[in-house]
Design a protein around this ligand. Structure first.
Ligand code: NAD
Length: 352
């Protein structure tokens, strides 16, 4: 077992957090990750309202008796969400772990801390990490440029950010972006992290619930059966992809996002590169989240924009979260043992 500051703080078995993922972080996945020994996180903004988030929290509780968290991300949106309402609903429902991310998280962090919650704050620079640390967050999620979604505008690779975190940070941090296996976890621990955050890897898992009515994105009457909240076609697409299959959109709008390189994303980038550039209004019809959600519902990888990191090149299967986390744990332990063995090769040392 890998016991770290993260496993001790959160009371989890494996130092792996399933980070917020818009249109993916729904109760079945969240519960499956927590049941498998990691920390599952519900994505608040994937719910249409704070009241719907309450229902999703209750739904998750029916599927797991383990700890899980809620993500609230503060980034530009087409329809401004009621962030405070989501935060209040989750706290009132008894959630005690939050993942925050994005711009100006101060008031949210203050609210969660004043309610005795644990806050994991995701950041893409050491400057932001230190500032969040001063605000009282418990854990920093250090998000390298490899990550899916929004890597910020300073393009700092994860290896450098984590090594800088080891130099500068006084509170525990986890590695986020570019991790999908036990080697990644071992590397993160070597870089001083107390665990990892994974998103894209969890898109390719199967859970033990399927829903009787409507689309798999609506939760009704759970049954024992292997399925998950995103369409099988998308998982197949991820498995067939390489590390070259992501692209950055919104670079020119300073809201950079790494997404799967499909026809829609390439069209967005082409519009952004036009002489004179682009305004958000020029690409809004292509990038809206409502459109991206259809990718997962319909199983059409070209239906809209969908977030993914370069780890699509590392993903070769779609196991249960239980199998995935056990494998990651075992691989990490093997890597760590292998590194220890390097040190004790005395005959070789003598020859050199
Ligand atoms: P949306 O439909 O409101 O917007 C779609 C995309 O356009 C998002 O990436 C958004 O950041 C961007 N955008 C919106 N208005 C913009 C503007 N004026 N200028 C530049 N970019 C703009 O988004 P959604 O799919 O409903 O998601 C809601 C929010 O959650 C967004 O802010 C999104 O970035 C964020 N998000 C969160 C996660 C997570 O892990 N929690 C993952 C992906 C996206």
């Amino acid at each position: 077992m890998l016991v770290t500051k993260l496993t001790k703080l959160l009371g989890i078995r494996v130092p792996v957090v399933q980070g917020g993922m818009q249109w993916v972080g729904f109760p079945p996945l969240v519960a499956a990750v927590s049941n498998a020994g990691g920390l599952g996180i519900l994505t608040a903004l994937s719910q249409p309202s704070p009241e719907a988030l309450r229902q999703a929290i209750r739904e998750t509780r029916k599927l797991t008796d383990k700890n899980f968290g809620v993500n609230i991300t503060l980034l530009p949106t087409i329809n401004p969400p009621d962030y405070e309402g989501y935060a209040r609903a989750a706290v009132e429902e008894g959630v005690r772990v939050f993942e925050t991310a994005g711009n100006n998280p101060g008031p949210l962090i203050k609210f969660f801390k004043s309610n005795g919650c644990i806050v994991i704050h995701k950041c893409t620079t050491i400057r932001h990490a230190k500032s969040a640390s001063r605000m009282g967050v418990d854990v920093l999620s250090i998000d390298g440029f490899e990550c899916a979604g929004h890597p910020g505008e300073e393009d700092i690779p994860g290896f450098i950010l984590l090594a800088r975190a080891a130099q500068e940070l006084q509170i525990p941090y986890i590695a986020s972006g570019g991790i999908a296996d036990g080697r990644g976890l071992a590397a993160a621990l070597a870089l001083g992290a107390a665990g990892v955050n994974m998103g894209t890897r969890f898109m390719c898992t199967v859970e033990r619930w399927v829903y009787e009515f409507g689309s798999p994105l609506q939760y009704k009457n759970a049954h024992q059966c292997y399925l998950s909240t995103i369409h099988q076609n998308i998982k197949d697409k991820i498995i067939a992809s390489t590390e070259q299959d992501t692209i950055h959109i919104f670079r020119t709008l300073r809201n950079t996002a790494r997404v799967f390189k499909n026809k829609v994303a390439e069209e967005v980038v082409a519009i952004e590169r036009r002489p004179g550039g682009a305004k958000f209004e020029d690409i809004r019809h292509l990038v809206s989240g409502a459109r991206g959600k259809q990718v997962y519902e319909l199983g059409d990888p070209d239906a809209g924009i969908w977030t993914a990191s370069g780890v699509v090149g590392l993903i070769k299967d779609s196991p249960t979260c239980e199998v995935l986390l056990r494998r990651i744990e075992r691989e990490a332990e093997e890597v760590i043992d292998g590194l220890k063995a390097l040190k004790v090769d005395e005959p070789l040392k003598a020859k050199l």
